[in-house]
Design a binder for this molecule. Structure first.
Ligand SMILES: [Zn+2]
Ligand SMILES: [Zn+2]
Length: 369
């Protein structure tokens, strides 16, 4: 079938919205009609050419929500009409990592996904008979996509698409870090560095876990105001004195939990040093640049702090994304306040521009309604 899609023709150039061909779903695959898709830093990072693992041409986008239109042979868990969220981080349930229960990092289709292919090593996207690569196994800057069954989470029929799509990446990453990877304890003191989509997710997660004090740290007053709306009890402008200030306000000990959501390694070091001696957990969820290293003094570990991290917040996508969406439907998460701009597919490059200017938290592309 012919679909409209935003193609990254070459690195460091604007996307070109055009007609491309989408093949039928094969064994273990699902055809999804995309209704809404968030624009994420990872899309922009890959398009910019700065990402060493980026490639072109391909169809970008990985924060999608939509409806199953058709299923390939052997697909048992999804049927036409099901409402789904796309997962760049799949959950096969059968690989050595999934079976361990200890991690959300499924290794079933990693290599093919990184190469821009579906698990069988081919693509369903093409143009003039030439294959066009997928992105993060999703390619949701498009009216429709074909994805592996194990990379789709079936969610409630009641969830609006534009809110649901945010659970495909940044929001779940922050929520998951504070709820699953480093589960915040009731009554705890928490510091969240960075109040973008991921950091705000961690603020919400800390509130849902009933933290007593949630300190949000960011350079932007506007983002800090949003952090307060989502449950931050304190909002501090970022700076070199933050660690000292955390120590001062916690009797010299530090915070029970810190979350780093900026990807800046100097801030990561602050997150380690602001964690409480004895048991503080410092959880890294921001993605650092290639080649960056985290400097820390080993004494921080000897005296009982733990440093950990997570991809996709440690969320096991097929199992836990539907649960997080249910928390939103129950009124626990004000997802709409994260949506700052609504765009058409044709306006995708404007979405990158807004992100570049740090204008708003999330732009959502609205496709078929
Ligand atoms: Zn993302
Ligand atoms: Zn797996």
């Amino acid at each position: 079938m012919k679909i409209r899609a935003a193609v990254l023709e070459q690195l460091a150039a604007p996307l070109v919205v055009q007609d491309v061909e989408l093949g039928e779903p094969r064994r273990g695959e699902v055809l999804v009609r995309v209704h809404a898709c968030g624009i994420c830093h990872t899309d922009m990072y890959s398009a910019s050419g700065a990402d060493p693992s980026g490639y072109a041409p391909c169809v970008l986008g990985h924060e999608g929500a939509g409806v199953v239109e058709a299923v390939g042979e052997g697909v048992g868990s999804l049927k036409p009409g099901d409402r789904v969220v796309t997962l760049f981080s799949p959950q096969c349930g059968e690989c050595v990592n999934c079976r361990s229960g200890k991690t959300n990092i499924c290794v079933a289709i990693r290599e093919q996904q990184n190469a821009g292919h579906l698990p069988d090593g081919t693509t369903r996207l093409s143009r003039d008979g030439a294959p066009l690569r997928h992105f993060m196994g999703c390619s949701t800057f498009a009216e429709a996509t074909v994805m592996p069954e194990i990379a789709l989470a079936k969610i409630s029929e009641e969830a609006p698409f534009e809110a649901a799509c945010l659970f495909a990446c940044g929001l779940s990453t922050g929520l998951g870090a504070a709820m699953f990877r480093a589960p915040v304890e009731a009554g705890a003191t928490v510091v969240v560095f960075g109040a973008g989509m991921v950091g705000l997710g961690a603020v919400v997660g800390a509130r849902l876990q009933r933290a007593a004090r949630v300190i949000a740290v960011d350079l932007s007053e506007r983002r800090l105001e949003l952090a307060r709306h989502h449950g931050a009890t304190d909002a501090w402008i970022a700076g070199p004195e933050i660690v000292e200030r955390v120590l001062e306000e916690t009797g010299g000990f530090g915070a029970d939990f810190t979350f780093e959501a900026t990807g800046n390694v100097a801030v990561m070091r602050q997150a380690v040093e602001a964690a409480r001696m004895g048991w503080g957990k410092a959880c890294m969820i921001g993605v650092a640049g290639k080649g960056d290293t985290l400097n820390m003094v080993p004494r921080y570990l000897i005296t009982g702090r733990q440093v950990l991290g997570a991809s996709f917040g440690g969320v096991k996508g097929r199992e836990q994304v539907p649960q997080l969406v249910d928390r939103y439907l129950a009124g626990d998460i004000d997802v709409n306040s994260f949506i700052s701009h609504r765009l058409t597919l044709e306006q995708v490059n404007d979405g990158f521009e807004l992100m570049h200017r740090q204008d708003g938290i999330r732009s959502v592309i609205q496709l078929s309604t």
